[in-house]
Design a protein around this ligand. Structure first.
Ligand SMILES: [Zn+2]
Length: 347
């Protein structure tokens, strides 16, 4: 058998077209976010990484997650120079097309991993997606890319258990909603709370058949690497192990970074790297290594770039830095206890 030489490699989806979505001057979700990442594939070791150009998602691929009226509304914004879908979600003529390219880039990454062309990958796309609801744009998001990816895995590949972990500083209300009654998709979120968008309390745990398959970990402002790693070690990893995912999707927002202007957390790039490592291990153990990272928020350009690099290095197999990022944050142990006590009836 001829060995597939790509198989040890990771894919990075990125494209200059992602700069074309312009929400207007002074908007934090600006094209520069992707511009600072554009050269990454060239800077990375070509033995370990390959550039995967995106494709646009087809309407049929986003329809499981959005109503036709809503898709038509977003399409109609391409006839206007500027349109405000909500207070902070503003489009230009290219936004609809770039929203499809963001979703399609993620789907192409998933397809390439399913086809064993790559082991895993990172879709560096914008706009972000995790606030987008079935019929409404929200919080800079047009289409819910990670939800579209999870549906694709279920429908196209018959994956029975998809785990979505969302470490963006904001709660992914759109993703939670998309699978609230669906036991085949486990949604776990760490987020600053109380904070935008207001959802994500411990007690929001899914409903009907989906009860128990939404796990919210609402964190107080000020949490850093120690607190996040404690939460990963004590909640995310054990529940993930019990769920035994066939696939892992990561809504990787870098706005919990200590330099981020929107969030009030203290995570460092090494902290994101350590979280990525744990998830890579989980995917290796249960999902044959199948894991796809998706860029959500992250608004300090340096912090964003360095954090993405830290995650990519871990995907490449880089080991723990010395000294390793330690588990700390004893102060949030009562919250960890509260989440575990609440989740105990499910896990
Ligand atoms: Zn965010």
């Amino acid at each position: 058998m001829v060995e597939n030489s790509n198989m040890s490699r990771s894919a990075v989806v990125i494209d200059p077209d992602y700069l074309k979505h312009d929400p207007g001057q002074f908007h934090p979700e600006r094209p520069e976010r992707l511009k600072v990442l554009l050269d990454l594939p060239k800077e990375l070791d070509s033995q370990s990484f390959a550039l995967l150009p995106p494709r646009a998602a087809l309407r049929g691929e986003i329809e499981p997650c959005h109503t036709s009226d809503y898709i038509e509304l977003v399409r109609s914004t391409s006839e206007k120079n500027r349109y405000a879908l909500d207070g902070d979600t503003v489009t230009c003529r290219d936004s609809f097309g770039i929203g499809l390219l963001a979703a399609g880039g993620f789907l192409k990454l998933i397809d390439s991993i399913e086809a064993s062309e790559f082991q895993n990958g990172f879709a560096l796309v914008r706009p972000p997606g995790h606030h987008a609801l079935r019929d409404r744009a929200m919080g800079f998001c047009l289409f819910n890319t990670v939800a579209i990816g999870a549906h694709h895995l279920k429908r196209h590949y018959g994956v029975e258990r998809v785990m979505i972990i969302d470490w963006d500083v904001h709660h992914g209300n759109g993703t939670q909603d998309a699978f609230y009654q669906d036991p085949s998709v486990l949604y776990l979120s760490t987020h600053q709370y109380p904070f935008y968008p207001g959802t994500g309390a411990v007690e929001e745990a899914g409903s009907g058949k989906g009860e128990g398959f939404t796990v919210n970990i609402p964190l107080p402002a000020g949490c850093g690497d120690g607190e996040y790693l404690r939460v990963f070690e004590e909640i995310v990893m054990p529940i993930g192990a019990k769920f035994r995912p066939g696939w892992v999707l990561v809504s990787a927002g870098f706005d919990p970074h200590r330099s981020d202007p929107l969030g009030a957390m203290n995570v460092t790039e090494q902290g994101f790297g350590a979280m990525a490592s744990m998830l890579l291990d989980l995917a290796e153990r249960y999902a044959g290594g199948k894991i796809a990272f998706l860029l959500e928020g992250g608004y300090d350009l340096n912090a964003l770039k360095n954090s993405v690099i830290a995650v990519l290095r871990r995907m490449e197999g880089e080991s723990e830095p010395q000294p390793p990022v330690g588990i700390g944050g004893e102060a949030i142990q009562p919250l960890v206890r509260k989440v575990l006590d609440f989740q105990q009836k499910y896990w």
